[in-house]
Design a protein around this ligand. Structure first.
Ligand code: MSP
Length: 691
């Protein structure tokens, strides 16, 4: 098959502009970048899209809080994403903003198609809405927390346009069944199937109580629901709704997308709503939706509201782009949550890049310079050969095969592991074969042996470099140049095999590619993050990017409470909104904390953690699991039936693998901070709110 004619269209989610980009956003984008680069090297006609999601109530409120118009606000933060991606050397072909006219045209076109095909009706929605997730929470009663993020929902009562989502359940299930690769990984697919089987309700797809969105065609009192608006970016960017013929052709050429890469929290939108919209509009469905896990910092999802953010810029400035890319692709098992820490980053960089690949490259190329005057030596096919030479060759051939299979199956960490097993073997081969000793010996045979050893090492180095290029574009380009091979991205990866290094070819200038990092690198990154957080705090009222959290989202770390607060990044103290700059919070801020009376139903020790108890607490609307650090002060059996006070709208947090959905309020007494649970003298009903 002529791969040159085969198209490949890959997308990132478009990023909300309510917060500055952080390493979590960088992760999604660099995974897509690696995939896009590999596809290009394999000869695919590749289109890689990213962009920003700029409409909706959440953005409108963030803009108001920052004292800006939504458009000014979106311009500023969208610009930050764009410049980060430039700094990261991301190879996207396009960057879509949902405030662009081409997007408006595409969004309205799709809405019209849904209407024309009879899948839209008008109805009244009265129910709960989570502004943070921009999600209708049909099942929740007034004031109930959002099941996704735990923030309080808001009651919405308005006339809306509805999409007949319920009519698509069977078609969706049939599609999942017939296309097992549609949702990856498998576990996510099962979740989606279960969700659809549990029953789909029609979906409200317009809002009329605010203006920051795309007007519904023919009824501008309504703006389109922000998720419908956002999902359409995948089509509008490549020409849906355009009057331009070339753009229309582009859409026909690239649609459907081959991969929508997303984070696991937005699966429902991409695997249920989006395919249903497309089916209803009569458009083909994307070939696959691939979900990755979260990047955690000290066990919590990195996010603005937790204040545990690490900026990609910090890591790049100190360690370089490829250090960040290598760490995230190697350390995170794709599809699962992964932890980010400066210590682990530096350790991984030093061991795999500075030591393994860096050493292989510099010692091999330096010896070719020294013993062969900088020309790739001719290995003799017959004289002074050893079985060890062929072992390296066979290993390299196996790696070419396995690396491709693993990478194309999104197993980036294992792909790198495979390639690095070759690096390790070649380093060992050099130690065993001792070319520096052979070089000191006289005679043709020794000269031939030296040529074979160094050629074998250089050839294996070339193969690893070519394979790793999509993941480490900058450093591999340097090694490729040092091998005297020119422009690496032009190399046809589909043709990669043993013995392609031109004999007698002149090496480029040999220089170290991965300078060693040390403790001072970690300290510099920590300091940069601290300075950044301090600066953000001091400009919180004026800067779009550091606007106080929107309504429905805890605005300050104080709102999380002192004992169960998500730990801020060591390096990055929480960004405090200006409202707490003098140590005081407003009554509005306090009211965001949902304190409720609960009754302990179950209490038990947490294995392996002598301070923790696992509790199940009835808070009236539901029974919550909490993990509390009170085991030294209370016996589990003494707590059962006891009424306690719970912070009910804290973001969930994992402790010892258990999800804790809230915090139990206690006084901290004495020098050792012994917890004493808050309680009441009079009887109080379960679920009562404290204010
Ligand atoms: N705007 C929506 C997506 C609309 S797509 C039609 C949105 N935006 S977001 O900015 O909140 O998140 C975008 C993506 O950023 C997430 O899907 C996820 O891929 C990535 N991440 C944000 N925080 C992350 C981590 N801490 N870890 C890993 N990825 C994270 O959702």
């Amino acid at each position: 098959m002529d791969k040159g004619s085969q198209k490949f269209y890959i997308t990132t989610p478009i990023y909300y502009v309510n917060a500055r980009p952080h390493v979590g956003h960088a992760y999604t984008t660099l995974v897509c970048d690696a995939i896009a680069r590999r596809k290009r090297m394999l000869g695919f006609d590749t289109y890689f899209l990213t962009g920003t999601d700029e409409h909706g109530q959440k953005i409108e409120r963030s803009a108001v809080a920052a004292g800006m118009t939504p458009k000014q606000f979106a311009d500023e933060v969208s610009g930050l994403f764009r410049s980060l991606f430039e700094k990261m050397n991301i190879s996207n072909d396009d960057f879509i903003r949902t405030t662009e006219s081409r997007h408006k045209a595409g969004a309205q076109e799709l809405f019209r198609r849904l209407q024309a095909n009879g899948h839209i009706y008008k109805g009244k929605y009265t129910g709960q809405y989570c502004v943070f997730d921009e999600l209708y929470v049909d099942a929740a009663g007034p004031g109930a927390p959002c099941p996704e993020c735990g923030r309080p929902t808001e009651t919405v009562s308005e006339e809306n346009y509805y999409f007949k989502l319920s009519a698509f359940a069977d078609q969706l299930l049939a599609h999942y069944q017939q296309n097992p690769g549609f949702i990856r990984p498998e576990t996510r697919r099962n979740e989606v199937i279960a969700f659809v089987k549990s029953g789909l309700r029609d979906l409200s797809i317009s809002r009329s109580t605010f203006k920051w969105g795309i007007p519904v065609p023919g009824d501008p009192k309504h703006v389109m629901y922000v998720w419908l608006d956002a999902l359409i970016n995948y089509c509008s960017a490549i020409g849906l709704g355009s009057k331009d013929e070339a753009e229309q052709k582009k859409f026909e050429h690239y649609w459907p997308a081959d991969v929508h890469m997303i984070g696991k929290e937005i699966i429902r939108f991409h695997c249920v709503y989006w395919p249903a919209f497309l089916m209803a509009a009569g458009l083909p469905l994307p070939r696959s939706v691939v979900a990755h896990g979260w990047l955690l910092f000290e066990e919590n999802k990195m996010s603005k509201s937790r204040g545990n953010i690490v900026r990609a810029e910090t890591v790049i400035d100190v360690m370089g782009n490829d250090a960040l890319r290598y760490f995230l692709l190697r350390e995170v098992v794709f599809g699962h949550d992964g932890s980010f820490s400066f210590d682990a980053l530096v350790q991984r960089y030093n061991s795999d890049l500075a030591n393994d690949l860096g050493n292989l490259s510099s010692r091999t190329l330096t010896m070719i310079n020294r013993y062969f005057n900088g020309s790739v030596p001719y290995p003799s096919p017959t004289v002074a050969r050893k079985a060890t030479d062929d072992v390296i060759k066979e290993h390299a051939l196996k790696v070419i095969q396995e690396f491709g299979e693993l990478f194309d199956d999104f197993q980036f960490s294992r792909a790198l592991e495979t390639a690095w097993s070759l690096v390790g073997d070649v380093n060992k081969y050099l130690v065993d074969e001792e070319p520096w000793i052979v070089a000191e010996k006289e005679g043709e045979e020794n000269k031939a042996r030296l040529a074979t050893i160094l050629y074998t090492a250089a050839e294996a180095l070339r193969i690893v470099t070519a394979l790793a290029h999509p993941m480490l574009p900058e450093s591999t380009a340097k090694i490729w140049n040092q091998l005297g091979l020119g422009e690496i991205s032009k190399f046809n990866l589909a043709e990669l095999k043993w013995a392609q290094l031109p004999l007698g070819g002149k090496l480029g200038k040999v220089e170290p590619v991965f300078p060693r990092a040390d403790k001072t690198s970690i300290e510099r990154m920590q300091q940069m993050e601290q300075e950044r957080a301090a600066q953000a705090a001091s400009t919180a009222t004026s800067s779009a990017a550091t606007a106080p959290a929107q309504a429905g989202q805890p605005a300050t770390q104080a709102a999380h409470g002192p004992t169960d607060a998500a730990p801020p990044a060591k390096a990055a103290p929480p960004v405090q909104a200006a409202a707490v700059a003098d140590g005081k919070i407003s009554i509005d801020d306090f009211m965001k904390v949902e304190l409720r009376v609960g009754m302990v139903k179950v209490a038990e020790k947490v294995k392996g953690a002598d301070k923790l108890l696992r509790l199940e607490v009835d808070i009236g609307t539901e029974v919550r699991q909490l993990v509390a650090g009170i085991a030294l002060a209370y016996k589990p059996e003494d707590l059962i039936g006891r009424k306690v006070v719970i912070v009910a709208n804290l973001q969930p947090r994992k402790l010892r693998g258990l999800e804790s959905n809230g915090m139990i309020v206690a006084a901290s007494v004495g020098e050792d901070g012994k917890p004493v649970l808050a309680g009441f003298l009079e009887d109080v009903p379960i679920g009562a709110k404290l204010k």
